[in-house]
Design a protein around this ligand. Structure first.
Ligand SMILES: [Zn+2]
Length: 680
């Protein structure tokens, strides 16, 4: 059992708040005081300030203006609130772009950006790094003893890439470290193809639409390098903060499956992971699917720095302004959105944004306090309800998920799949959807799920699913072997074990190093268009396949189901291999959700993993957190209609009411329960 301390050591509560931009109201500071009262009235205990404040903090080079931030910090402390204080590097001031053009990003076509936008700085520029270091140091020194300082928020939504000459040099130096010699690089990148052989590292350019986009090894190296640059930049930013304010945790807000950064690499550096959650709720039965996919993202964002509690750093209190259709939140949906994060292990519920600005591109993005400036709005009242609810479930704070089933989602594998050309040449070959489908099927059976990558440990799990592990990173196959030998159940699928970490195919038959544990030779892979399907029958029930059908030969494995159509009718669609003390399944085809649900419920039963709550109806999900204060069960109805569940003996954490047996969940209702009197 794991019990974690509160994120902010002197605030033993769920962090509740949002992004606040007082610098937009410097000419109208009477708003600040009112905002503090509105925040308090909604149960808010933290506000995230300073995210894009650089031009207000340093309007001219070396001319600092911290007085306004002093006032804001004092106001927060005076109202019993904490600051999630941001470093301002997410957007830089105009003077810097003018005086030091090297801080401006260069795109793949080698065009340097003009001043504008945000998230637009060069990660390598010594000038930018020096300026960031200077202002971060001043912030840390100024507020190190301030009672409002609770946490550091590093930059904002790290993303993008820079192809400037400084970045090219840094990239070449990174390549030298990784490959040692140019001959080795040529071999690893298969550069004899199309006469791409390099004579020296100095000849290498980052991928560009003007030059090279088709060398998979180069593309992978560039993405790895960019991840490394962000990790290095994060470490650079946090160095003075860690040194001057060692007890104050640092985080960077992530964006679910944003492609450009391997979040498992960045996540290892964070004191807590945090992320920005913007589901496109529909206010109808499709919300069940939205909730199921959001559950995957929560589990992934927990996983990158897990299992300790994470943070939902941003979410919208009502409609956002950037989806294709921006629906308001049906009453009750805000509570579901907030508590779903907590259910998956978040110790915070935070919004973007606390108050709407009058101008700028986010003026119509949902906010706790709208342009009306009052607490007399539906959204404000619902925000206040969530605030009260979070206070009522305080015993859950610091508890953590303890799941027996994990699904693998791996950024480097995804990058390789994006480049690979075979089968269905859709972007990334439907990789994210495939992983989500496995996750959703497992969760639908009432099981908690962790999301890990190939570099994570497998020990401690009973079942690990690795859909489409096309790239096997070093050591991963060995971990799978050991995991299964020691009694674990591993699920592999079509498109697994094709290439190594350099995107070079394995010789001698797929799934390469997984061939022994899977007990199959995967000879060839067919692709089906959307009108085409194959079929198989497993345990008396017929299932349909789509998109991918691998033709496999059982070696030590046993066929559990066979294809029924086409020239490979009779070839196995599903196999199992007894290996050591455990078992390895191979799902040779992409299937529909019905098969995955039935399959995982069956193998979990075989492996002795009991659901947290059996027999969940459509739209209801369940997760568990375990801590010193008990074992907590979250039961969530993502439908705008009632839904009946059967509950074990429990006590509602916020009301103290005993519940057991049949229970009618109201639309979007979330129960937070403490298990009574039974082993978990
Ligand atoms: Zn650059």
């Amino acid at each position: 059992m794991a019990q974690y301390p509160p994120i902010m050591k002197d605030l033993p509560a769920f962090l509740y708040g949002g992004d606040y931009n007082p610098e937009q109201w410097l000419h109208q500071k009477e708003i600040w005081k009112k905002d503090m009262e509105l925040a308090q009235g909604a149960g808010i205990n933290t506000l995230t300030v300073g995210v894009f404040s650089w031009s207000a903090l340093e309007p001219r080079e070396g001319e600092y203006r911290f007085e306004w931030l002093d006032e804001v910090m004092d106001l927060l402390a005076g109202h019993g609130m904490k600051a999630v204080l941001a470093t301002p590097s997410g957007a830089r001031p105009r003077w810097m772009a003018e005086k030091y053009p090297e801080v401006l990003r260069v795109n793949g076509a080698r065009q340097r950006a003009l001043f504008g936008g945000r998230h637009n700085h060069c990660l390598t520029s010594p000038v930018y790094r020096e300026k960031v270091r200077a202002i971060n140091t001043l912030l840390a020194e100024r507020y190190k003893d301030h009672p409002a300082l609770g946490m550091w928020h590093i930059s904002n939504e790290f993303g993008g890439e820079c192809h400037c000459p400084l970045c090219q040099q840094a990239f070449r130096s990174w390549l030298k470290d990784r490959y040692g010699t140019i001959e080795n690089l040529n071999l690893k990148w298969w550069n004899s193809f199309w006469s791409h052989t390099y004579d020296s590292f100095d000849q290498i350019e980052s991928p560009s639409p003007l030059g090279e986009m088709g060398v998979h090894g180069l593309n992978l190296a560039w993405k790895r390098f960019t991840t490394q640059q962000f990790c290095d930049f994060y470490a650079w930013e946090t160095e003075p903060l860690k040194r001057i304010t060692p007890g104050v945790p640092c985080t960077a807000n992530l964006m679910q499956t944003y492609e450009g950064i391997n979040y498992f690499a960045l996540g290892r550096l964070l004191d807590r992971s945090s992320w920005d959650n913007y589901p496109a709720w529909t206010n109808d039965r499709r919300d069940a699917d939205v909730a199921a996919r959001t559950a995957f993202y929560h589990d992934l964002m927990r996983g990158v720095c897990g299992p300790k509690p994470f943070m939902m750093m941003e979410s919208s209190p009502t409609a956002v302004n950037w989806h294709a259709v921006n629906r308001l939140r049906t009453p009750g949906l805000l509570m579901l959105q907030g508590l779903q994060a907590v259910a998956h292990g978040s110790d915070s519920v935070q919004y973007f944004q606390f108050r709407s600005g009058r101008g700028g591109s986010e003026k119509f993005h949902g906010a706790v306090v709208t342009h009306a400036g009052t607490d007399q709005t539906r959204v404000y009242r619902e925000v206040a309800q969530v605030g009260r609810r979070l206070q009522g479930i305080a015993p859950v704070l610091g508890s953590a998920a303890e799941n027996k089933i994990a699904v693998i989602y791996d950024w480097e594998n995804r990058w390789a799949l994006r480049d690979a050309q075979f089968g269905i040449n859709s972007e990334e070959k439907g990789y994210e959807d495939a992983v989500v489908a496995h996750h959703v099927a497992i969760a639908a059976g009432g099981f908690g799920v962790d999301v890990i990558d190939e570099a994570c440990e497998l020990t401690g799990y009973r079942i690990v699913a690795g859909p489409m592990t096309y790239m096997l990173r070093p050591g991963f196959a060995e971990k799978v072997d050991a995991f299964v030998r020691q009694g674990g159940v591993y699920v592999s699928t079509y498109c697994s074990g094709w290439v190594d970490e350099e995107d070079l195919t394995f010789l001698g038959g797929f799934p390469g190093p997984l061939r022994a544990v899977t007990g199959v030779w995967d000879e060839e892979t067919d692709a089906l268009d959307p009108t085409q399907h194959n079929h198989f029958t497993w345990r008396g029930k017929a299932y349909e396949t789509c998109d991918y059908s691998a033709v496999v030969h059982p070696e030590s494995a046993q066929a559990l189901a066979v294809y029924e159509n086409g020239f490979y009718a009779g070839a196995p669609a599903l196999t199992v291999n007894a290996f050591g003390q455990g078992r390895c399944y191979y799902i040779a085809a992409r299937t529909r959700d019905d098969f995955l649900r039935d399959f995982y419920a069956y193998i979990a039963g075989q492996a002795g993993v009991a659901p947290l709550l059996p027999g969940l109806p459509f739209g209801v999900s369940c997760t568990q957190r375990v801590g010193d204060q008990g074992t907590f069960l979250f039961v969530m109805n993502a439908l705008p209609e009632s839904n009946a569940v059967c509950l074990p003996p429990c006590v509602a954490v916020d009301t103290g009411a005993r519940v057991e047996g049949q229970y009618e969940l109201k639309p979007y209702e979330v129960l937070v329960l403490k298990r009574e009197g039974e082993a978990r």
